[in-house]
Write a protein that binds this ligand. Sequence first.
Ligand SMILES: [Fe+2]
Length: 304
Amino acid sequence: MSFQPVSIPPSPLPQGETLSILPFSDLHLPKPSAQTILDNRAFLDRMDFVVLLGDMVGCYATDREYGAVREFVASLNRPYTPVCGNHEWYFEEFAEDSGLYGEVWAQASNAEQRAALEKFRLFYGVKELWRSFESPQGHFVFLSLDVVESQKQEVLSAAQLAWLAREVERAGEKPLFLFCHAPLMLRKRLEMTYYEEERSGCVELTGELRAALEWRAAPSFWVSGHVHLHPDHALFPPYRCGGNVWQIHCPDSWGFGRWKREHIIPAFYDGPFSRHLEIDAAGVWFVTHDHRNQSERERFRVDF
Ligand SMILES: [Fe+2]
């Protein structure tokens, strides 16, 4: 193994009367925005749990990128759990000094993708790419993109989908919080273009699993990143994407995003922002935070 694993291992979800959860998506380390976030110490210390929501690595999950993630996790020094985005395993790797680094986005071979998924497991010391926790506030599910045979990146394997179906059942009448790198599509595409017209950019659930989610009386919250939305984007306010299923977009935590529907490709902006959850017995606040100004930008409440 030519890379060092994390010095602080992942944790289970804390159990308390209230729960604040801070997802970070699309940091693409190393990036200067990481320091802006780490400088916001008082804010970080208020968070009970962090979700590394995928695309923590810059481009291709190189050893150097994982070195930066290792430093970030150590400096963050909060309980956390990690899931895979697409950049953790999907793309063919080019070395930093190759002249092609960050320029070429080719699908890696199945063998290379499997090796990259194994690298993710070894780096964080996790056996499985997906996991769940129960807390007084609800049922919490953490999903990883993981289908190496597929050209589409935002896909969950048959094994993970079968597991997810059982988790939805287990959630029963409790609120269900699903964390996944990519947004959710039940019946309608996102009202935006994700690089190319034909790409939905979403995990597309169908059949019995979709029905099971749509029929739940208690709310479900699908918390995701991947599409790099600035908080000004029309899709940013929480919305129901079917039944009582809420789509919660987290901003990219880099400062590279889309703030208008017409933005097919992200652009640089002054950031970074994050969106965290403050959950109590009666509902959840979704809070957008501006890390540059270390100030709260907006909050949105959903009662259970
Ligand atoms: Fe992504």
